[in-house]
Design a protein around this ligand. Structure first.
Ligand SMILES: O=C(O)CCC(=O)C(=O)O
Ligand SMILES: [Mn+2]
Length: 217
């Protein structure tokens, strides 16, 4: 099923059952979204992501960066990363998303897809630090890309195109019951930056430079 909504019907839950994934459409003007994209392409210290999968060390084509309230250490896919502290632009976007969605976030994973040859395969977000029924707000800038959901049991699919400046909030049973992906799209020649705001459980993370007791190493 592919969805296309009149602005007046937004926000609206894209999932027919077992979760809430609210699509808000464009929350930033074209000019604002272009400005954010230019800023992120120029100033974020993008790095390829690394993971250990089936015992193999993988380096992704897509690049990533982590930001947060403090220099938290996160471990996922067998690798520990340290978050940088918010930039003014990320903080402004976070505040707008929190106002619209009514949730609060303490960290953000940024993804850079250089063009349509780069995507993200089927997965759900379930790192230990996220907790159950996590709330993830996803804001997109740049090239419009398709975003797919697939129910883990029924295999039903739901797809939506995410234009520049748009917001999607995944919450409730979404991660438990559905997977999501950004498929490759060979026609797309422009970059896309995606921000996923998350609320990490602080007990599962550590401020970089502190030991278990909170003392500075
Ligand atoms: O780029 C996107 O829209 C999705 C990103 C995502 O699923 C993730 O970072 O876990
Ligand atoms: Mn994800």
């Amino acid at each position: 099923m592919e969805l296309d909504f009149p602005e007046a019907d937004l926000p609206r839950n894209l999932l027919p059952y077992d979760g809430e994934s609210l699509y808000y459409g464009r929350i930033f003007s074209t000019a604002q979204a272009e400005e954010f994209l230019r800023c992120f392409l120029a100033s974020i210290p993008w790095q390829h992501d690394e993971a250990v999968m089936f015992g193999k060390h993988i380096v992704t084509a897509r690049k990533v960066a982590w930001y947060g309230d403090a220099r938290y250490d996160y471990t996922y896919s067998g690798k520990t990363r340290t978050a940088r502290v918010w930039t003014p632009e990320l903080l402004a976007i976070k505040q707008e998303v929190e106002r619209l969605g009514g949730s609060s976030y303490n960290s953000c994973l940024l993804n850079l897809y250089a063009d349509g040859s780069q995507g993200m395969g089927w997965h759900h977000d379930d790192e230990k630090g996220l907790g159950p029924d996590s709330d993830i707000a996803s804001v997109s800038f740049g090239a419009e890309r398709r975003f797919d959901f697939r129910h883990k049991l029924s295999k039903e699919k739901v797809s939506v195109f995410l234009p520049s400046g748009s917001l999607l909030i995944m919450r409730g049973r979404t991660q438990a019951c559905w997977q999501h992906q950004v498929p490759k799209a060979m026609r797309v020649t422009e970059p896309r930056v995606n921000l996923t705001f998350r609320r990490m459980l602080i007990a599962e993370t550590r401020i970089a430079g502190e030991d278990e007791s909170g003392a500075i190493r």
